[in-house]
Ligand binder design. Structure first.
Ligand SMILES: [Zn+2]
Length: 315
């Protein structure tokens, strides 16, 4: 991935105007299959997957950011303005994760069904017990979690909350299929519960094991699994590691016996390898989202892979 394309900056109005033209020229519209279905656009693949689980045949869900991209630095395609123009639902993570592009995209779409305050506008974070919400934050230092930690989908309890929110909102917007949305949500919860039973032994292994994570994204995973994050490669969320910070982290790892550095595929592997060499640790590259790697085709697969990979490394 080209890091120069993923710079976090608000989109300019001129750029948005070029987008709208490009989108119109491309004529990228919802396919006719969407007829009679709720048209749902989500910011992430994980939200789209849960929307599909809840919506079944009655929902057509598409996502903006890809599962292999850093969710903080997504570059949406121009075609999404037209997608949003036709959408019945816009669902997003919130907590400023999409702040770099969402406002102008929604302005460009000019769709009353999904503007802020409309029933089709779903800020999913409103139903989540957010971690790190009361941390002192200095935005000028580049902290990317100004309103709290947005990576909440990495705890299955929050996946259930997301599913329940989608069930309720889809039922409100499309009451004729409310029974189907309720049944699909129950089925999703049952699949997730069965999967959790399957990885219960891994959870027991993870409990209280010390690890290091690159980004604070794994805070929810830690809350769920009981794994103990003793330090982060980043001194603050979104701020790259400095030599002084890494020296302190190496000392922490030696003191706590942390033998794992857990990171997403889009961070700097070489820096993690360097710390691993100094501490005898292993670097684990684990995708945090649906579509983050081959085979991670749904939410449960993402969680199963993360739990199994970290458990195998600390066992
Ligand atoms: Zn983050």
């Amino acid at each position: 991935m080209n890091r120069t394309l993923t710079t976090r900056r608000p989109m300019s109005v001129a750029r948005l105007a070029r987008w709208i033209l490009a989108a119109g020229a491309a004529s990228v519209l919802w396919s006719t299959e969407a007829h009679g279905q709720l048209k749902v656009v989500t910011s992430t693949t994980d939200l789209a997957d849960i929307a599909r689980a809840v919506g079944g045949d009655h929902v057509r869900a598409t996502h903006i950011g890809e599962g292999y991209e850093d969710p903080h630095f997504v570059q949406p395609k121009p075609s999404f303005i037209l997608r949003l123009r036709e959408a019945d639902v816009w669902a997003y993570v919130g907590l400023d994760l999409e702040i770099g592009w969402m406002p102008l995209l929604l302005d460009g779409a000019r769709n009353q069904r999904i503007t802020a305050g409309a029933r089709g506008h779903i800020n999913v974070s409103t139903v989540i017990p957010v971690l790190d919400a009361n941390r002192a934050v200095d935005r000028s230092q580049g902290d990317v979690h100004p309103l709290g930690n947005p990576h909440y989908w990495l705890d299955p309890a929050n996946a259930r909350r997301i599913a329940a929110l989608f069930r309720d909102r889809f039922s409100e917007l499309d009451p004729g299929h409310a029974a189907a949305y309720a049944a699909n949500t129950s089925a999703f919860e049952a699949r997730l519960g069965a999967a959790e039973q399957g990885w219960a032994a891994d959870l027991a292994t993870l409990k209280d094991k010390p690890i290091v994570a690159w980004h604070a994204s794994w805070r929810y995973f830690a809350a769920y699994t009981g794994v103990r994050i003793v330090g982060f490669m980043e001194p603050k969320p979104g701020v790259p590691p400095s030599p002084a910070h890494l020296a302190s982290l190496v000392a922490t790892m030696k003191a706590t016996g942390a033998r794992v550095i857990l990171m997403e595929p889009f961070y700097d592997r070489r820096t993690a390898d360097k710390v691993a060499r100094e501490t005898g640790a292993r670097v684990l590259v684990v995708p945090p989202s649906v579509g983050g790697a081959k085979g991670l085709d749904d939410y449960i697969a993402v969680m199963r892979n993360a739990v199994a990979t970290v458990a195998a490394a600390v066992r």
